[in-house]
Design a protein around this ligand. Structure first.
Ligand code: P6P
Length: 343
């Protein structure tokens, strides 16, 4: 007997009924975004068969080689989202400037920020990659400026209306929150629908003792960060140290999703080549931090709550410590103790 089939649309409608203040506008944003994700999913799944692999001759704003799939994903999302009349502006990790709503389309009260295809350099090795998104309310006055502005994009995570990600992996899953818990939907390709598969996701307690970090950069870290990793991997010997295993995919959405479902501590600290960290505050750390906290976890930059960082630049980077609350706290306390001792 099949479990009751709850499609994403049905779930959204039922959520709207439960929370009368919820307008249908956000629901339409999520439904339009889901169409874009299905198109990206199809391209990702066929990537080896059509001429969409490999690099373009462009570098993005971060000096990184743009993958053809990055460009495709960016264009698909903009095309799916620019005409619905629910957004006043967009921001994309693949676009240096804000993405305006064309004059021929109406504007709305929401702002959409997205990383169209995070981890795309892994696609040729068939490693899971993802789309990460954030939704904010407009803060500027439409009577003054029709289009949303940079100010509408530079909002702290505490003002998020919704955030989440699509993970294109062994199956394609959507995980999102609107501030009322975290819910996961798995795409059933036979009917092209996202079906509720992970209602009310929360970090397991206890969670698996797993840490995720690129240990290849050990030589680039502060001594305090090195000592934290030495502690986690049990260099001191004895009772197997803190007994943590290491898992690192190198694709943020895959690493975060595993951390969310199994427990663990993901770290991308600053280092001597990335003094502000590598990951982007608005496109990666912020949206995942909202999901993380809604699932009972924590997310910091090593000392400060990610959601409370007020962005000053569209592509601002941040160190990221995210996962099981107990271990994010432990990491922060360790780093603070060593800073106080002058490490
Ligand atoms: P590194 C992918 O390029 C990405 O932006 C994230 O998905 C991932 O967590 C990180 O970079 C991996 O970076 O330096 O470990 O290869």
């Amino acid at each position: 007997m099949e479990r009751s089939v709850i499609t994403l649309n049905r779930f959204i409608l039922e959520e709207e009924r439960r929370y009368p203040e919820a307008t249908g506008a956000f629901s339409n944003v999520l439904q339009d975004l889901t169409l874009a994700a299905k198109l990206i999913n199809r391209a990702v799944n066929q990537a080896g068969l059509v001429d969409i692999l490999g690099e373009t001759d462009r570098e993005n704003v971060h000096g990184e080689q743009v993958q053809k799939l990055d460009e495709y994903a960016h264009e698909v999302i903009v095309a799916a989202m620019d005409h619905g009349g629910h957004l006043c502006v967009m921001g994309s990790e693949e676009a240096e400037e804000i993405v305006p709503i064309p004059d021929r389309f109406p504007v709305g009260e929401y702002v959409l920020l997205f990383d169209p295809l995070d981890g795309s350099s892994n696609i040729e090795a068939n490693i899971s990659i993802g789309t990460i998104f954030s939704v904010y309310r407009r803060v500027t006055d439409p009577a003054v400026t029709r289009n949303g502005t940079l100010e509408d994009c530079l909002q702290p995570g505490t003002d998020l209306v919704a955030s989440g990600y699509f993970l294109y992996g062994s199956s394609t899953i959507l995980v999102y929150t609107t501030g009322r818990g975290v819910h996961g939907f798995t795409l059933d390709p036979s009917i092209g629908e996202f079906l509720l598969s992970h209602p009310n996701i929360t970090f397991p307690d206890p969670g698996q003792k797993v840490y995720a970090i690129n240990e290849g950069y050990f030589g680039r870290w502060s001594e305090a960060q090195r000592n934290l990793v030495r502690r986690l991997r049990g260099d001191a010997g004895g009772d197997d140290g803190d007994g943590f295993k290491l898992r690192y995919v190198g694709s943020l959405v895959a690493d975060f999703h595993r951390t969310l479902l199994y427990g663990g501590l993901f770290m991308y600290p600053s280092d001597n080549r990335h003094p502000s960290g590598k990951l982007r505050l608005l496109y990666e750390a912020g949206p995942l931090a909202f999901v993380c906290e809604q699932a009972g976890g924590k997310a910091t930059n090593g000392e400060k709550r990610i959601l409370e960082i007020r962005p000053e630049e569209l592509h601002q980077r941040t160190p990221l410590f995210i996962g099981t609350a107990e271990w994010v706290e432990m990491a922060g306390e360790h780093l603070a103790r060593e800073a106080a001792a002058g490490a």
